[in-house]
Design a protein around this ligand. Structure first.
Ligand SMILES: [Zn+2]
Length: 173
């Protein structure tokens, strides 16, 4: 009788595997064409709840009965269908911290980039150098979307997939 639920934290609900590889479909004349990803599914690091950057990514717990819930580290959860109790504090704190720090580090890059370019834009605006703003902002946007975003996301996914997943056992009553 395995009272086991699988627990896995996926970097704030990051769906690993989907969208990372380009998908191909056969076009006319048998030419391989890259399937377009709907805009809403592109390049996001997770559709997470606010605050997950500082408080750490959600932990997805799948109960043995099939119930799925997303918890914060430290939460205790009683499955509404089968009354099994899960305690996320059974996940080793240092391992969770490692995951939280990894996520945080990767989140900071776009934020820093944004803050630096906005500061520069304000600086150039105040010094009357409006022309520079028109050069600077488009370059930053192009640089991020065309050059940095893919490798950044790939590195993030790799860093996350190197981290462990845990088997969280339900508490015996
Ligand atoms: Zn259950």
């Amino acid at each position: 009788m395995g009272k086991r639920g699988r627990s896995r934290t996926e970097s704030g609900e990051l769906d690993l595997g989907s969208g990372s590889e380009p998908q191909y479909m056969k076009g006319p004349l048998g030419i391989k064409r890259r399937k377009r990803t709907p805009f809403s599914q592109r390049e996001r690091l997770g559709h997470e709840t606010p605050g997950s950057v500082l408080r750490g990514p959600a932990i997805t717990v799948t109960c043995e009965c099939g119930e799925v819930v997303e918890l914060r580290y430290g939460d205790r959860w009683t499955c509404p269908s089968c009354d099994r109790v899960y305690d996320t504090e059974r996940i080793p704190r240092d391992q969770y911290e490692k995951l939280r720090k990894t996520q945080f580090r990767f989140r900071m890059l776009p934020i820093i980039l944004g803050v630096v370019s906005i500061s520069l834009a304000i600086f150039f605006t105040l010094t009357g150098n409006i022309f520079a703003v028109f050069i600077l902002l488009p370059s930053v946007i192009v640089m991020w979307f065309m050059i940095l975003r893919r490798p950044h996301r790939r590195a993030f996914q790799k860093a996350i997939s190197d981290l462990p997943t845990w088997d969280l056992r339900a508490e015996s009553k």
